[in-house]
Ligand binder design. Sequence first.
Ligand SMILES: N=CN[C@@H](CCC(=O)O)C(=O)O
Ligand SMILES: [Zn+2]
Length: 405
Amino acid sequence: MPMHSTSKQLWRDVQVFDGLAQLDEAMNVLVEDGCIAGLWPSSTFDEALAQGAVEAGRGGVMTPGLVDCHTHLVYAGDRAGEFEQRLEGVSYETIARNGGGIISSVRATRAASEDDLIAASLPRLDALLADGVTTLEIKSGYGLTVADELKMLRVARRLGELRPVRVLTTLLGAHALPPEYAGRADDYVSLVCDEMIPAAVAEGLADAVDVFCEGIAFSPAQCERVFQAAQHHGLAIKAHAEQLSNLGGSALAVRYGALSADHIEYLDEAGVRAMAEAGTVAVLLPGAFHVLRETQLPPIELLRQYGVPMAVASDANPGTSPICMPTLMANLACTLFRLTPREALAGMTAHGARALGLPDLGRIAVGAPADLCLWDIQQPAELAYAVQAGRLRQRVFNGAIVHAR
Ligand SMILES: N=CN[C@@H](CCC(=O)O)C(=O)O
Ligand SMILES: [Zn+2]
């Protein structure tokens, strides 16, 4: 793998999408000591500042490294059979209520060792990296015992050591009710709050806590207990909310200072207003919408009107989004949700970073960390317009070129 870590590197004549709004001109970009040190219109740069810089690239489109802020990348097994069942008309909820769905991934993941999970997850991670990801979130949620949830989080942390990428981990113990707790959901929530969260904190394994607030998962009251425990332990909060029905999970998460509410197809105006007032990010997951052949659209126009930042993520998981291609998500966000290509790209860069509590990432700005992608295209909108692997010329992580071709 080519690696350049020269301390000063200059990219010349690149069309820059800065994470929020495309700059109009081609730019020269200087990177020094892992950060963006200079950004000038193409024909100029500060000679003194750029003194000694090595030319690292020329032409193409430069974006921030992509931020995939919602994934379930670590799991064992597959759910192709369930995909076939759904095509025959059986719903996601029915499959879940009959002990399939998430619980079938739980069975496979419990039976897998850490090494098995690394071997299963690495190709998925590599696919994300080959499509420009420099930061991603990985959730647990297919273990549902203290030991198996910690195993998943350890694997997620190890993945971040095996590849040049930043991994944030989220404990999703409240993803589904494990069969051994059937009829005792409150007891399981106690396990999450009193044992799982403290154990994950003690081992430094979780950056955030997430819940699935839904009829087939946990009630708002149960989710609130998880949020209280997360808050008590100083962990960031996220929520799968309003995916299949409107239970008010997003507004509840907002009351606990959540970074994001994710899915939100059934979010109403009151929920949008609550998110806007708190600055909570709306994470859109068009892959799950597409795979489940959902018809209820998230309230995009209301989110725009109220100025709620919209992130876009892969939701890579074995059930609702077995897709590891973030640029396809940009395409689906445009075709299915009617985002503009610029909104979709902002969703996968600046707003994705904000959904992880990392506002310095996902931007091309002087002083920002140099996580960058150089693409063999003419204009940023092409990333959302065409679905095509192999357009990434360079991936830069913390100022080092970690992928080049
Ligand atoms: N909605 C809940 N969780 C995942 C799906 C998990 C699964 O079906 O395995 C999601 O984000 O879509
Ligand atoms: Zn999810």
